[in-house]
Design a binder for this molecule. Sequence first.
Ligand SMILES: Nc1ncnc2c1ncn2[C@@H]1O[C@H](COP(=O)(O)OP(=O)(O)OP(=O)(O)O)[C@@H](O)[C@H]1O
Ligand SMILES: [Mg+2]
Length: 337
Amino acid sequence: MAERLLNVRNLDVVLGREPGATTLVRDLSFSLDAGELLCIVGESGCGKTITARSVIGLNRTDPRFRLTGAIDFDGRNLLDLDERAMRQIRGARIAMIFQDPMSSLNPLHRISAQIDEALAIHTDLGKAARRARVLELLAAVGIPKPETRIDAYPHQFSGGMRQRAMIALALAGDPDLLIADEPTTALDVTTQKQILLLLARLRAETGMAVIFITHDLGVVAEIADRVLVMYAGQCVESGPVADVFRNPQHPYTAGLLASIPAANRGKVRRLASIKGAPPVLSEGRPVGCAFRPRCDYAFDRCADEPQLTATGSPDHPARCWLSGAARHSLAGQGAPA
Ligand SMILES: Nc1ncnc2c1ncn2[C@@H]1O[C@H](COP(=O)(O)OP(=O)(O)OP(=O)(O)O)[C@@H](O)[C@H]1O
Ligand SMILES: [Mg+2]
């Protein structure tokens, strides 16, 4: 089998120094093929952004963080690269878009100048060819009449248009992997939908892989090939989106599924929500299963931390004593049915 585009192996992200260090991301492994769309979901504070920033190498120069494990991208472990080598990957091979477009767009510079600068860095195009490419990119992200808007400043664009401009900027380097960190949460529902459809279309047209981060499982159903559910900095379940939706193995995933607004599921029902809140990781990790205090199924065994184990299908592991293979190994040990 061909090598995977991205292979994150046993990633730990530790904040601070002992004593008092906290592990914000713990033993996280996932992989992605070219052209694949992976959604990472989980409530606020579960470590989604830290994970994304680690993949694109934004934590590495921050002395407060220590990253261990491996982030293999196209055959090289990004954690072994120096900042100079990483800079050649960031923007060119891996690009990222953020929830707030203004974190990428400079309010003082014209949109055209910002995309032009990215093209000058990442391509060999001459000035006129870059101008033509800026227009092409703005058209590709659905900016109407781009020739009349190319020289606008970010504040002259609506929120949705700014988000499109930021996507155009991210595409300038023709990345193999685009990481989108909750790029639609600040937008109204109609615009959210348009941006989602845009990302799905660009993925199909360019063949780039996408990591889409969201706290909304409803979005996942619409666009993802695979889903990774994060809780307290760990993967608690991952698998092909249809499997995870049809047969959730972790109570946290089941809880998230039950809280998808009824409108997205085509039936009228009361919105369920998971009781309590996730642990604040910067205050230390809970002992045993991190979801235990919120879980209706918790039992003695949950005082020990469950490992990620295969369920019925090896492609769909979960971190719960009651899931798949773990359930079989517990049989006869007095666990609840
Ligand atoms: N720079 C930082 N310094 C200290 N703690 C941090 C830092 N960045 C993140 N954290 C902590 O790491 C944990 C995970 O944060 P992260 O931003 O990755 O969550 P998230 O899943 O992206 O949440 P959200 O959905 O709100 O964006 C949180 O407990 C957060 O407080
Ligand atoms: Mg975040």
